[in-house]
Design a protein around this ligand. Structure first.
Ligand code: FAD
Length: 366
């Protein structure tokens, strides 16, 4: 009889779902996902539905994040080409940098993204440096390249469906301690737990990661078509405000952002900030309001707030034994969980396999 190893993935955001899918492709791993929130939910503790979401790499050269972002691009591009029902499309993107944003919250976040010799020039297709004549007046640098934009309302259920097809079981549950996950597997005790709890890793018993904190993002989703994705490294409205515009695939609307408010847990949209976001978006991308150039030409679908799972030191993808249970952590992906998601899931998979082999589990013939 074939033997299997039981893995419980905690969390059903983009990291939990991607990791569950990667693991479910192995014949001798049986995966249960347990989570407080699932695709379809909108909650301030659940970052994934709120994301743009696109591929604008920000990892520093040599960092794990850069490795994950670099590894993730080919898979996202494959999904666009081969799986149209996953809700991802190619989009031309223009990224503008302002020297005066160096050192601000948004300037630091976009530091690598805005470089004219960015490391991803050989990863994202059609990378080119924009001549001064193509830059907005107040910008000093600019690049254009082909990126993707993901409709999260389609992509997350699509990954979930792929998991179900591979035999993954999904359960609702709220854990107060990570080790409780061992008893959540539908086929017996878990051999390994994968912790994909995002921001809530700062409050989960047995983890309580003090390096994790919220990076609040506010968006306005509109029906208007910008024609391309674009962003600037900052604004004159505040050092934690940015402007970014991206149109989601298959009718997902256009996401206008935003901000990066470190440490804020505020779940409600700020109407003044929403007004600034819309005003700046039209200034940066007049094709959003071609008739009047005014904010009231924007057709609003909804306002939204999401909390990015920030982490000092970057995403945590490592293994740890907690109260006798092996845990592989995969959380802390801040504003880059989609663009680094597959690379990070493959790294977590490697660690799960190491744990199963190290623990000399007789079933771990992997
Ligand atoms: P989450 O999606 O938060 O999922 C965590 C899961 O863990 C949830 O299912 C939750 O219910 C579960 N959970 C937590 N605690 C417990 C518990 N105790 N018991 C049971 N279950 C628990 N990224 C990009 O790559 N590109 C973008 O363009 C982009 N834009 C963004 C724009 C905004 C406004 C925001 C807010 C984020 C953006 N991001 C973007 C970042 C991206 O959304 C996150 O990095 C990603 O969603 C994090 O996914 P996650 O699975 O780690 O966390």
């Amino acid at each position: 009889m074939a033997v299997t190893n039981n893995v419980v993935v905690v969390g059903a955001g983009v990291l939990g779902l991607s990791t569950a899918l990667v693991l479910s492709k192995r014949d001798n791993i049986r995966v249960t996902v347990v989570s407080k929130h699932m695709p379809g939910d909108y909650d301030i503790e659940y970052a994934s539905p709120w994301a743009g979401a696109n591929y604008w790499p920000v990892g520093k050269p040599g960092s794990n994040l850069q490795k994950f972002e670099s590894a993730t691009w080919p898979e996202l591009a494959r999904i666009v080409r081969e799986v149209p029902e996953a809700g991802v499309h190619f989009q031309e993107s223009r990224v503008y940098g302002r020297k005066k944003d160096a050192g601000t919250a948004t300037g630091q976040w976009f530091e690598e993204l805005c470089k004219e010799d960015a490391w991803f020039k050989d990863v994202a297709p059609n990378f080119r440096v924009l001549p001064r004549s193509e830059l907005p007046e107040d910008c000093d640098t600019g690049t254009a390249f082909t990126s993707v934009c993901i409709n999260t309302a389609i992509y997350l259920p699509w990954i979930l469906g792929q998991c179900v097809k591979n035999g993954v079981t999904f359960k609702r549950g709220i854990l107060s301690h990570i080790s409780e996950a061992t008893s959540h597997h539908t086929s017996g005790k878990a051999d390994v737990i994968v912790n994909c709890t995002g921001l809530m890793a700062c409050k989960l018993g047995g983890v309580m990661d003090a390096n994790v904190y919220p990076g609040r993002g506010q968006v306005v989703v509109v029906r208007n078509d910008p024609g391309f994705m674009t962003t600037t490294s900052g604004t004159d409205d505040g050092s934690d405000e940015a402007t970014y515009i991206m149109q989601r695939a298959v009718g997902g609307g256009t996401v206008l952002g935003g901000c990066l408010q470190h440490g804020s847990w505020e779940s409600q949209p700020d109407p003044n900030l929403a007004q600034r976001i819309m005003q700046r978006s039209i200034e940066l991308c007049p094709s959003l309001a071609p008739k009047t150039g005014k904010v009231n030409e924007l057709s609003i679908i909804r306002h939204g707030v999401g909390l990015r799972p920030m982490r000092n030191g970057g995403p945590r993808v490592e293994k740890e034994k907690i109260e006798g249970s092996w845990v592989v952590h995969n959380y802390g992906h801040a504003g880059y969980g989609y663009q680094s998601g597959w690379g990070s899931a493959w790294e977590a998979e490697k660690l799960v396999l190491e744990v199963l082999q190290q623990s000399k589990n007789p079933r771990a013939k992997l």
